[in-house]
Design a protein around this ligand. Structure first.
Ligand code: UD1
Length: 340
């Protein structure tokens, strides 16, 4: 069985990806520093799959620990999720973002190189496109990002590209995520950020369950059909399956490869559509008010997904209704998140 090392395996996207990797017959080794996740999510992945993740409390910046882990296991491929991801926080504390996200990936790559593990799937983001013309295509200009978080994703892509050009044995896939929401259908794992959520979906579900009083919709005067921003919301399980396809692509490539793929649905929905759909399919109320625009938000962001369809043989299965239903099931089953 192939050992896949998942950094950030206890996190939101990481845990869902671990489920799909285990279900596809991979052995999963997770490292996580639990800064925005809890070990309980790993237990739940084990329960869902009936298999067992080998997990370590380890920071990607801790080279000695990485050495120990790479010495002990024969790693086939690394999927690198572990990173900080809050845009506002990155503006206030850029050094933490560069330390975690940039020093972290360099450290990890150095250890991989030392152990001759040259297969890497990287969690990138649609944020690298900045404010381009929609739909975003993989060969569009990137790097026009407006915040330190986004720059760490852009710089990481550049670091990985430079590494590939220095040694074409590397097999590197950059996956650019659009807006992941939803949860595993079991209702056992889902998104559970620390503190007040920055992203919209955990905010909506905490308002609906009464943990937060009200959602503020950031602006209704954008140049969009209902005035609220448009995003490409993708079910986290579809996203997770994209990673399994990406490993398949790495398996199939006879020589080194560097490539990037948009992982989205290719469809945009407005913030109001998301809120209305959530209320309708879950028969609940989401109190909201219209507030000011949030600085750095773009009016419209959605993917062209033809390349992932063609080259990864991947496409999304779940629609917005399903994303809303699955989010709500996780919230109802875990009113206080993983801290029950
Ligand atoms: C942001 C980042 C993206 C990152 C993603 C995951 C940017 C520009 N965006 O995406 O790179 O990968 O988070 O962390 O860097 N909204 C509200 N009220 C809220 C929260 C959000 O109206 O309380 C709106 C936003 O204005 C936006 C939409 O909901 O239109 C989605 O916001 P969010 O979930 O924060 O994701 P993005 O900003 O699209």
């Amino acid at each position: 069985m192939k050992n896949v090392l998942v950094t950030g395996g206890a996190g939101y996207i990481g845990s869902h990806t671990c489920v799909e990797l285990l279900n596809s017959g991979y052995n999963v080794i997770s490292i996580d520093n639990y800064s925005n996740s809890v070990p309980e999510s790993i237990n739940r992945v084990n329960k869902i799959t009936g298999k067992k993740i080998i997990s370590f409390n380890c920071d990607v910046r801790d080279k000695d620990r990485l050495f120990e882990i790479f010495s002990k296991y024969d790693i086939y491929c690394v999927i690198h999720f572990a990173a900080l991801k809050a845009v506002g926080e990155s503006v206030k504390d850029p050094l933490s973002y560069y330390d975690n996200n940039i020093f972290g990936i360099i450290n990890l790559l150095e250890v991989m190189k030392k152990f001759n593990v040259k297969k890497m799937i990287f969690s990138s983001s649609a944020t690298v496109y900045g404010d381009n013309k929609v739909p975003y295509l993989e060969d569009m200009n990137t790097g026009n990002v407006t915040n330190p978080y986004g720059r760490t994703k852009y710089f990481s892509e550049q670091i990985l590209s430079d590494l590939y050009y220095s040694d074409k044995d590397w097999r590197i896939l950059l996956l650019r995520y659009f807006n992941p929401i939803g949860a595993h259908e079991s209702g056992m794992i889902g998104e559970d950020p620390n503190g007040i959520p920055n992203n919209i979906m955990p905010f909506i579900s905490r308002v609906a369950i009464g943990r937060l009083p009200k959602l503020t919709i950031f602006g209704n005067d954008y140049d969009t059909p209902d005035g609220t921003c448009i995003r490409d919301y993708i079910h986290v399980v579809d996203l997770a399956l994209g990673h399994v396809k990406a490993i398949g692509k790495i398996d199939d490539s006879k020589s080194g490869v560097l490539d990037c793929f948009n992982l989205g649905t290719g469809k945009g929905n407005s913030v109001l559509e998301l809120v209305n759909t959530f209320e309708r399919v879950n028969n609940c109320k989401v109190n909201y008010e219209i507030g000011n625009r949030r600085s750095g938000d773009v009016a419209s962001c959605y993917a062209n997904v033809e390349k992932a369809k063609r080259d990864l043989g991947w496409e999304t299965k779940y629609d917005l209704e399903r994303m809303c239903k699955d989010t709500w099931r996780f919230q109802l089953n875990n009113p206080n998140g993983y801290k029950n």
